[in-house]
Design a protein around this ligand. Sequence first.
Ligand code: GDP
Length: 363
Amino acid sequence: GFNCGIVGLPNVGKSTLFNALTQTASAQSANYPFCTIEPNTGRVAVPDARLGELARIGHSQKEVPTSLEFVDIAGLVRGASKGEGLGNQFLANIREVDAIIHVLRCFDDDDITHVEGGVDPVRDAEIIETELMLADLASLERREVTLQKRARGNDREAKEQLELMKPLIEALQNGQPARTAVPKGQEREAARLQLMTTKPVLYVCNVEEGSAATGNRYSEEVKKRAEAEGAGVVIVSAAIEAEVSQLDSEERGEFLDGLGLSDSGLDRVIAAGYRLLGLQTYFTVGPKETRAWTITEGTKAPQAAAVIHNDFERGFIACETVAYDDYIEYGGESGAREAGKLRIEGKSYVVQDGDVLLFRFNV
Ligand code: GDP
């Protein structure tokens, strides 16, 4: 599965947010299973209104959403790359996640100590990013030494690695994250270097309750920075989310309406995390269950089938495909078939977000 690491300075609201995320999920009906994998890791259902619509049309007994994993990575402080505050351990955790959710304190509260002395989310974002850049640089420079030895022995792979690393090292030395220097078309190779500053970033601005719908001057500053670097921004009030997580789904709607909010902040964080990772959803619909499955953009049908079961990829013959909108418009599979909206697709078909699929395979 795919996962997002929640990072940020101490006392910015990470744990409040993480606990709300995981409690909301566990408070949901049995259709939205939540499981704790490790104390700091939780799997949450990805909210998707299409699932219920498909289940209704398909007369399914059960809805099974797809999920996303969140890891609470506490303890990053200034100096982490030099080992401050158990820094190395936390940095190792960040290397393993697919995307970074960076929580920034955007609320004033004199009772809650700020480790840097005052509220300034852009400075905080820079502190954490600097630690990640320093750690990336150290890791690349260590590898460079070994690779240079191999390259002198005419090792072609080592030479290619060095070539790839060169612009990244330069960027980091100039105080720029590695993502700004990844050569076009080499994103995959670069991702294999497991650098932290090539991972996609989402800023979560934790604002006071009164600003949850509008944001505040701090979150505006974060937005400017995020725009400049192509990162996403979601505004939440962790305090509200903590309250929302205690409510059942009916009360939740009323509570959010009262605050002028259409969705819970957590739903927006989950959705943004999903987009950040370039993830898409396809569906299977049957009498037993209607289910959402996660693939990455550009995934072909046999590999999409493998998400359900590894053997499905090997035995893949074809798939029947109906686009979500057609499935709804023509009232399900048979209606879509009669209207000529059901297609038979082969091995090279690139699955589209919202496709309702039925695989045909050899067992
Ligand atoms: P972490 O260290 O980043 O995990 O931060 P916590 O989630 O433990 O929060 C630190 C403190 O800030 C706790 O006392 C929270 O209750 C408080 N806190 C978190 N979010 C908010 C908020 O939106 N407003 C206010 N006033 N306090 C908050």
